[in-house]
Design a protein around this ligand. Structure first.
Ligand code: NAD
Ligand code: MG
Length: 393
């Protein structure tokens, strides 16, 4: 029986993963090792009971009594805190879903590689902040990382059996997010509620806002670079409002292989769950006659400054990815809290990168996780300073 763990089980990706596990036999087909979540204790406990998990972990210490209560008599061990999540990740499992949001997913994903097996990686922040370390850790332990981000799953599928050396370009698509058709001068006044609705995909709030700002696509450009080891100049982004083509790989003979499907993350999750096989998945089928047309346009650099920043980060290398992601997370927190405007997020991130680069702090290649976590903390500190100074001025 295959053993599985799901980190971030109560989130959007976690729920879809649970849905697929249940659809493919649930506890009769999988031995569940660990499930983790945040404050939604009732849901975490329900999932853990249903799958008969060994251990359920909440990220928050103050939630532990409730989790213990909710699991009493179930035989599922309850635990809390970041260290407990990391320990749960070190428990061997054949297949682990990494679906915690943000840099908090880095250490658990890293730990999960230590016992070999497969890491299904939804947490793109891991690759953005510590790509080379993660890939090295996987090689060291004979573990396999499979992409879960829809664009990267699409590229992975288009590259099956192909030689990377013959790739001319990788194009990832973007819906354009909530504000793709807004007049530019309105963006500065966009509210959190407006930024939290996505035209095509149902996702967690943070990645939905990151889609509106294209910080999500910026992270995904870096993720593409890290995962596939491709020259940044060969990575392209196209706005594709229908979200039916997820990525395209162009080869040196002029041929292009695209991956299409309805926008449903259960496709990419299911592909990673069943790989190298393909199993029936409960996702909508593509109906191109009904779609009628597929449209594409180049992203507007003024509307989406995050894409330019991603290119600068890839060119600079070193610890820039870690600083970029952390500054973005801090700016996003501040936007959600109503402390800064929508367009200020990119300005904050750019200023943080400029300051840290000028001080030479980001030049070193990440030698270990501590260096990455240090760059992450430094970027959050500088971001806080930058935002305080802006409010004061
Ligand atoms: P979400 O906010 O819906 O869920 C996040 C999960 O992580 C929840 O279980 C939450 O409790 C947990 N969590 C949050 N903060 C935590 C912390 N500090 N420590 C431990 N656990 C914590 O997020 P999501 O939309 O499911 O996204 C998860 C990851 O997958 C992200 O990295 C995102 O970029 C990536 N991703 C998501 C989608 C999507 O469709 N939602 C698509 C592609 C990639
Ligand atoms: Mg994506």
């Amino acid at each position: 029986m295959r053993s599985v763990s799901v980190f971030g089980a109560t989130g959007s990706i976690g729920e879809s993963t649970f849905d697929l596990l249940m659809g493919q036999g649930g506890p009769a087909a999988y031995r569940t090792v660990a499930l983790t979540g945040g404050r939604n204790i009732a849901r975490l406990a329900e999932m853990a009971r249903t799958l008969g998990a060994e251990i359920a972990v909440t990220a928050y210490d103050d939630c532990l009594p409730d989790l213990r209560d909710a699991l009493s008599g179930s035989g599922v061990v309850a635990a809390a805190g970041a260290a407990a999540i990391a320990e749960a990740a070190a428990r061997p499992a054949d297949w682990t879903m990494s679906a915690i949001v943000g840099a908090a997913g880095l250490v658990p994903g890293f730990r999960a590689l230590s016992h070999g097996g497969t890491l299904a990686l939804a947490n793109k922040e891991s690759l953005v902040t510590a790509g080379p370390l993660l890939l090295r850790e996987a090689r060291r332990h004979g573990a396999r990382i499979l992409p879960v981000d829809s664009e990267h799953s699409a590229v992975f599928q288009a590259l099956a059996g192909e030689d990377l050396a013959s790739v001319e370009h990788i194009t990832i698509t973007a819906s354009g997010g909530a504000f793709r058709d807004w007049p530019l001068d309105r963006l500065a006044r966009a509210t959190v509620a407006e930024a939290s609705t996505h035209p095509n995909w149902a996702m967690g709030q943070r990645i939905t806002i990151d889609s509106a700002s294209m910080f999500n696509k910026a992270l995904e450009m870096i993720e593409t670079r890290e995962f596939f080891g491709i020259d940044p100049a060969r990575i392209e982004v196209l706005v594709h409002p229908e979200s039916l083509v997820h990525a395209m790989v162009g080869f040196r003979d002029g041929g292009v292989i695209a991956h299409l499907g309805t926008p449903d993350m259960r496709h990419a999750i299911g592909y990673a769950l069943n790989w190298p096989d393909r199993s029936h998945l409960p996702v909508g089928r593509l109906d191109l006659a009904r779609a009628g047309s597929l449209t594409f346009r180049a992203p507007d650099p003024v509307r989406y400054p995050a894409l330019r920043l991603a290119r600068e980060v890839m060119e600079a290398g070193g610890l820039c990815g870690a600083a970029f992601n952390a500054a973005k997370e801090a700016a996003l927190d501040a936007f959600i809290a109503g402390r800064i405007g929508f367009t200020v997020m990119a300005e904050v991130v750019e200023t943080v990168l400029e300051r840290l680069s000028a001080s030479g702090d980001l030049g070193n290649a990440p030698g270990d996780l501590d260096m990455v976590l240090q760059a992450d903390r430094a970027a959050r500190r500088v971001a806080a300073d930058v935002m305080t100074a802006r409010q004061g001025s």
